[in-house]
Design a protein around this ligand. Structure first.
Ligand code: ZN
Length: 148
């Protein structure tokens, strides 16, 4: 167990220190603002959709280590995916973190996000970027969501 915890810490801290895709996409055609007032996490997610494919996805903002690391992992995971693939990944992350519908196993680097369910107060931090990207692709204008 402690090995898993070490890995979890390592991946989270690596992505917090060096967030991937931490930038604006100038020609993004979808974006959304996400806020988690309980923790003070505030992110903007940019998406460039090309037909049904997520050609590029990025984020900016600030928050705790878990929210930033989750957003960074989210951008890495969704880039190049179709909207259908993104939807099923979104569903899996939601299930893995909340335990709803019997939970789900996450593969690859995303597996560390599953560790967050041991800390219920941080689940909203970890799901913020996922809710935000979901809202972004669902809308054709800049919208704001809040986890409250
Ligand atoms: Zn947070």
């Amino acid at each position: 167990m402690s090995e898993l915890r070490d890995l979890y810490q390592e991946v989270i801290m690596d992505h917090k220190k060096k967030p991937r895709n931490f930038r604006e996409i100038a020609d993004a055609n979808h974006m959304a603002h996400g806020n988690n007032p309980l923790c003070g996490d505030a992110l903007v997610v940019y998406v460039k959709l090309n037909g049904e494919t997520i050609e590029d996805v990025s984020f900016q903002g600030s928050g705790c280590a878990i929210s930033v690391a989750s957003a960074s992992l989210m951008t890495e995971s969704l880039k190049g995916k179709t909207l259908d693939e993104a939807q099923s990944l979104y569903d899996d992350v939601h299930k893995a973190l909340t335990g709803e519908s019997g939970g789900a196993e996450l593969s690859g680097k995303l597996a560390v996000l599953g560790g967050v369910k041991e800390f219920p107060a941080r689940v909203k931090c970890a799901t913020l970027s996922w809710h935000t990207v979901h809202a972004a692709v669902d809308s054709d204008h800049d919208i704001s969501i809040s986890t409250e």
